[in-house]
Design a protein around this ligand. Structure first.
Ligand SMILES: O=P(O)(O)O[C@@H]1[C@@H](OP(=O)(O)O)[C@H](OP(=O)(O)O)[C@H](O)[C@H](OP(=O)(O)O)[C@H]1OP(=O)(O)O
Ligand SMILES: Nc1ncnc2c1ncn2[C@@H]1O[C@H](COP(=O)(O)OP(=O)(O)OP(=O)(O)O)[C@@H](O)[C@H]1O
Length: 334
């Protein structure tokens, strides 16, 4: 699905649905992917003879979905700057930049999205007609000879809500419960325990790395060089959520901290490298989660505990010995 739009930068960068008065650059938005909360588009020149304006070169456009739990692009950018940018080195982040949207932009893109075959469950999602901004992000896709990967590190420490003697971390427990119901997400398909990424034993880290990528350089990066990045992620997850959602007080600042921890538990790591170049690794999708999700997070913890997923004591009909999780091997990883 592609749609033609117009870029101007008179006062500030802006994308228009129709040609505005004065000079503008035509460009093409091509659907790349979508998650639960956002659409992502490649930005291309109109023809191979045209060039993109420097501000759009090497960028993708992220447009937020019209869903109640999704913040506006401006709120996303502000929350990123306030809460997450200070935690990581700039070279390890995908920095969002705001770009304004002209009248009719969302309707134009929505009409194009309607022509696209999208995954069931998400095919009704559309752009908010009231949104006036989108985000420009570094394009982290990669093409040969460049190799790369995208993965979610997820929960790098055991859930503080899990019962004593848990044999599964939050990610492994949720994966096991979904497998029992014949469900699997891309995170489940990663098929390693996140605690392995932060294990003291490099052999564990290497095993996880091999599940992420077949590229030896990127495996080495994940096993050794990414350790401080994963440690910072884990520290944020545990510092902002020391007691777990079930022990949460109504205190607004505790709720906000939990939302930060949950954001750090659901971000994406992109990494890539060319044959002789260094590895470029950046965290993305650091959109502050919203308190509206609290009941859902609490429900997940309750279910994982009550149905025995944490302790590997699930219903015999679904039971299988946990082999993947570090906790089942008696390794704490924290
Ligand atoms: O609850 P989880 O751990 O399964 O995480 C959800 C993710 O599932 P995953 O396990 O990574 O496949 C889920 O990812 P998918 O849609 O399955 O790719 C979303 O990221 C969801 O966040 P949001 O509702 O889009 O804000 C994520 O929800 P929360 O991070 O708000 O819990
Ligand atoms: N900067 C980027 N460069 C290349 N591809 C990207 C980039 N950002 C996102 N994508 C692609 O678009 C997909 C959806 O983007 P994103 O994770 O931002 O959406 P989301 O709705 O916030 O996701 P989630 O469902 O995890 O909440 C990603 O999984 C990835 O494949």
């Amino acid at each position: 699905m592609s749609v033609e739009v117009f870029y101007t930068a008179h006062e500030h960068p802006q994308l228009h649905a129709t040609k505005p008065p004065g000079p503008s650059v035509r460009c093409i938005l091509r659907y790349l992917a979508e998650g639960g909360a956002n659409f992502v588009f490649h930005i291309l020149p109109r023809t191979s003879d045209d060039a993109l304006p420097p501000a759009l070169e090497g960028r993708v456009l992220r447009l937020r979905k019209d869903l109640p739990h999704v913040q506006s692009a401006k709120e996303q950018a502000e929350a990123f700057q306030r809460h997450f940018e200070p935690l990581f080195a700039p070279q390890h982040l995908v920095q969002p930049e705001l770009i304004a949207l002209g009248d009719g932009f969302s309707s134009l893109v929505n009409a194009s999205l309607a022509t696209l075959e999208r995954s069931a469950g998400r095919d009704t999602h559309s752009l908010s007609r009231h949104e006036t901004y989108a985000l420009l992000l570094a394009d982290m896709t990669f093409n040969a000879p460049c190799t790369g990967f995208q993965m979610k590190p997820k929960w790098l420490a055991p859930s503080p809500s899990a019962p004593h003697g848990a044999k599964r971390c939050r990610t492994c427990a949720l994966r096991a419960s979904r497998v029992a119901h014949q469900r699997s997400t891309p995170t489940d398909a990663q098929a390693f325990c996140p605690l392995m990424l932060v294990s003291d034993d490099p052999r564990d880290r290497e095993t996880a790395a091999k599940m992420v990528t077949s590229c030896p350089v990127l495996q080495r990066f994940l096993t050794y060089d990414a350790s401080s990045l994963f440690s910072t992620l884990r520290e944020g997850q545990t510092t902002f959520d020391p007691r777990g959602v079930l022990a949460l007080t109504a205190d607004a600042s505790a709720v906000n901290e939990l939302c930060k921890a949950m954001t750090l538990r659901d971000c994406t790591l992109f990494a890539r490298h060319t044959s002789h170049g260094p590895v470029e690794a950046r965290l993305a999708d650091l959109d502050l989660k919203q308190p509206a999700k609290l009941p859902q997070w609490a429900k997940i913890e309750q279910t994982l505990t009550e149905q025995g997923w944490y302790t590997n004591e699930e219903d015999p009909q679904h039971w299988s010995r946990e082999l993947m999780c570090q906790l089942s091997r008696g390794v704490k990883g924290v």
